[in-house]
Design a protein around this ligand. Structure first.
Ligand code: MIG
Length: 682
């Protein structure tokens, strides 16, 4: 059951798709402390867990920290941070009372989850205009399902997007891109796409291609396509100010850019230099910008990633001027220590400065709305611009798109990647935890930069990270400039990478089925253990294992020099270990704690009783991989079990076609059957 309450006149975020009548009367569960702004508080019992908040640092249980929904270009995902790139204002409190709470609000909002007081959750918006939704259900998955029904179906990418993607900031020339493709193929390392970072553009202008570095993008795209590899270029939020550049000129002419208070176009400095920000809150501006993606699609590109859309601001002209003036003033003064620190901070705080987000406005049906009031909607609407246009221009075809910044609502149009992590062991675990929290808010197509974005990776870190990435819907290896090269073929033991990535490809019938069923039924692809074993008090605290789909639990190794790890089994399960797909071993383990050894080139998973996992031989490219002949990993001991396989062409949007579903039945004596003959069981 969902109940809605309204305070003031909220800005329409378009995060929800269902129109629910707001109730009058007192708000349930929460204590309101009146004021401007109001705050809502809830007393947490010792056993209460607070789930949610999507993309954020720290645990699956969010207790013990203060989170601020304020979309930020935050390159350091360390424990002390309060915000990353997104605003996912949904929590579930689970314990003495269990309910979901969604705060539909476009402004900056804090969730103090036992930070100020250990046993108090306190939510404070920036003003008193917002909608609250309270969701009650039979179970944690049921609460999520109802919430997801409220916010609409999750984005579904083309199937090839589940293949390995290789990225780097940057592959600077077409030849470098060809080399990546060649070396993956030469080494028989599976791969489906290569990303182009900002340097493919001509002076960082969106929808242009550098004529020297990439002289013939259509030829590059078609040559790669022959190798089964797609190109996925980046698009940045800021539009370069340059006479003669069509995107700039059209945007100025049609008033599609964000304005200053005086009506002039706001200027910020980002990668292209001086830029204007498209006003994505205007439907016409969205349509205009969204249609530009076609320029690249027409050249053979099949997917995109939208970056810098918090929006990231290196500087604003106004602020830069203020800083220079202040430095001039300081020049003539005697500098004491306080003045020195003040001087230092002037420059250090230029990036993404709070004041800058108050210097520009959006045109919302003729009314000028200051950016900071709706800050968290910007990235959402940039990506929505692309998503809406894809639906309009290519109604029969899925286009890959994922964004850095997001807000609930964007999950209908795109996936996300989790931004600039580090090549740290601890970030494997951050990656794992975020998967669960992101699934709760409808973002199913997601993953973190495998191997780590900043800092130098190591071969063992990369291997362990790929072994987790083998289960994340987006499996992308990405690294920053200046860091060690980290494509799988850069290391000594290429065969080890081939085995780990090979398992991902072999498991694709299962991974794709589970993803599609989660998307189509408002379910979760990756769940915390507690969602499946709510009565198991130990499972409720497990934050380094995940349930992936209906059949399996995963427990990746995330510490260096470990030959394995402790794993908690909430029930009797069958452990499968893969060294590639030629060497698969299995063992039944009892409920409880086990130390499981895991070699660097091994992928492990645990099958639940009464469940199975269809897998294929695997290939090097999802478009050509044969998934019509399947084998089963299974733990079927006493009763016959069934599995619903989802398979389609991976490209069209004909999701409801009954042909997409095959039921597989397996009896304890090993007898197998399928409901149609499109699939052969080996
Ligand atoms: O200011 O395009 O998160 O993935 O490689 C950095 C360059 C801009 C941030 C993205 C990262 C990307 C990088 N971008």
């Amino acid at each position: 059951m969902i109940r809605k309450y309204r305070l003031g006149t909220p800005f329409p975020t378009e995060s929800v798709i269902k129109n629910i009548e707001a109730e009058s009367g007192a708000i349930p569960y929460l204590k309101i402390s009146e004021g401007d702004p109001v705050s809502f508080s809830y007393e947490l019992a010792k056993e209460d867990i607070v789930y949610g908040l999507g993309e954020n640092v720290r645990g699956i249980n969010k207790r013990g920290w203060l989170y601020r929904s304020k979309n930020s270009d935050e390159p350091n995902h360390s424990e002390e941070k309060n915000s990353l790139y997104a605003a996912h204002n949904f929590v579930i409190i689970s314990g003495k009372e269990t309910f979901g709470l969604f705060i539909d609000y476009a402004g900056i909002l804090t969730f103090d989850v036992g930070y100020t007081h250990l046993d108090e959750l306190k939510i404070t918006p920036s003003d008193n205009n917002l909608d609250l939704y309270f969701i009650e259900g039979d179970s944690l998955p049921d609460i999520v399902k109802q919430f997801r029904g409220l916010i609409g179906r999750s984005y579904i990418p083309p199937k090839w997007a589940f293949g390995l993607s290789q990225s780097r900031w940057s592959y600077y020339t077409a030849d470098e891109v060809r080399e990546v493709a060649r070396r993956y193929r030469e080494n028989h390392l599976p791969i489906d796409s290569i990303c182009l970072d900002i340097d493919y553009m001509e002076r960082y202008k969106d929808f242009t291609v550098d004529p020297e570095a990439f002289p013939d993008l259509p030829k590059l795209a078609s040559d790669l396509k022959e190798m089964g590899i797609k190109l996925v270029p980046i698009i940045d939020a800021g539009v370069k100010i340059e006479d003669g550049y069509d995107v700039y000129e059209e945007g100025v002419k049609n008033n599609y850019f964000c304005k200053r208070e005086d009506g002039s176009n706001f200027v910020a400095g980002v990668w292209p230099g001086r830029v204007h920000f498209p006003d994505f809150l205007q439907p016409e501006a969205r349509k205009w910008f969204g249609h530009k993606y076609k320029v690249l699609i027409d050249q053979g590109v099949e997917g995109f990633w939208n970056d810098m859309n918090e929006p990231a601001i290196f500087y604003s002209e106004e602020h830069l001027k203020e800083v220079f003036e202040e430095i001039d003033r300081l020049k003539t003064q005697e500098i004491d220590i306080d003045a020195f620190h003040h001087f230092k901070a002037l420059v250090a705080d230029i990036n993404n400065n709070d004041d800058d987000y108050k210097r520009f406005y959006h045109n919302v049906n003729g009314e000028m709305v200051r950016h900071d009031k709706i800050h968290n909607l910007y990235g959402y609407n940039m990506t929505r611009a692309a998503g809406e246009s894809f639906e309009e221009l290519y109604p029969d075809k899925r286009v890959l798109i994922y964004s850095r910044s997001s807000c609930i609502g964007m999950h209908r149009y795109a996936g996300i990647w989790c931004g600039d992590n580090n090549s740290w062991w601890s970030h494997i675990l951050v990656n794992l935890k975020m998967q669960a929290s992101l699934n709760m808010v409808g973002i199913l197509f997601c993953g973190s930069d495998i191997g780590g974005f900043q800092k130098d990776t190591t071969e063992d870190l990369s291997l362990r990270w790929h072994a987790l990435g083998a289960f994340t819907p987006l499996m992308r290896n990405h690294a920053s400039y200046g860091t060690r090269m980290q494509e799988a073929y850069q290391f000594d033991n290429i065969d080890m990478f081939r085995r780990v990535i090979g398992v991902r490809y072999a498991l694709m019938p299962y991974i794709y089925s589970e993803f599609m069923k989660a998307a189509l039924n408002d379910g979760m692809y990756a769940q915390p253990l507690s969602f499946v074993y709510p009565e198991d008090s130990f499972a409720r605290g497990v934050e380094d294992q995940l349930m992936i789909g209906e059949s399996i639990m995963i427990a990746p190794v995330y510490t260096q020099n470990a030959d394995g790890r402790y794993v908690y089994l909430p029930e009797r399960m069958k452990l499968y270990k893969f060294k590639g797909i030629d060497q698969i071993t299995s063992e039944i383990l009892e409920k409880g704690h086990h130390y499981i050894t895991v070699d660097l080139d091994e992928v492990i998973l645990f099958v639940r009783p009464g469940h199975m996992v269809p897998y294929c031989e695997g290939g090097e490219c999802l478009d050509t991989q044969d998934e019509s002949q399947l084998r089963l990993l299974e733990f079927v001991e006493t009763e016959p079990a069934s599995y619903l396989l989802y398979h389609d062409d991976g490209l069209s949007r004909d999701y409801a076609n009954p042909k997409n579903y095959t039921t597989i039945i397996l009896s304890p004596d090993g007898k197998k059957s399928t409901s149609d003959n499109s699939i052969t069981l080996l």
